[in-house]
Design a binder for this molecule. Structure first.
Ligand SMILES: [Zn+2]
Length: 82
């Protein structure tokens, strides 16, 4: 159930283009971990629920260090809910 929701939210995010966003192509399958000193697979974790969207945190799969965060805008989800 949660997985389905994630897929929809991610698809909505992919349509957005933000030139000012340094994480433009931030797909979060692999990120650099300062602890492991290499690109590592990451786990996405919901960090904050805000009116404008959900903030997610990416954790290193090996040492659980935080390696990045991302905002998923809520606009798309609102239009999906019937
Ligand atoms: Zn690590």
């Amino acid at each position: 159930m949660a997985r389905q929701k994630f897929t929809k939210a991610h698809g909505g995010y992919a349509k957005q283009e933000n030139a000012a966003d340094m994480f433009k192509e931030f797909d979060a399958t692999q990120l650099y971990c300062p602890c492991c000193k290499q690109a590592v697979p990451v786990r996405k974790r919901l960090l904050l629920v805000l009116p404008e969207g959900n903030k997610y945190e990416y954790l290193c799969a090996f040492c659980s260090e935080t390696v990045g965060t991302k905002m998923d805008k809520n606009v798309v989800q609102d239009s999906i809910i019937i």
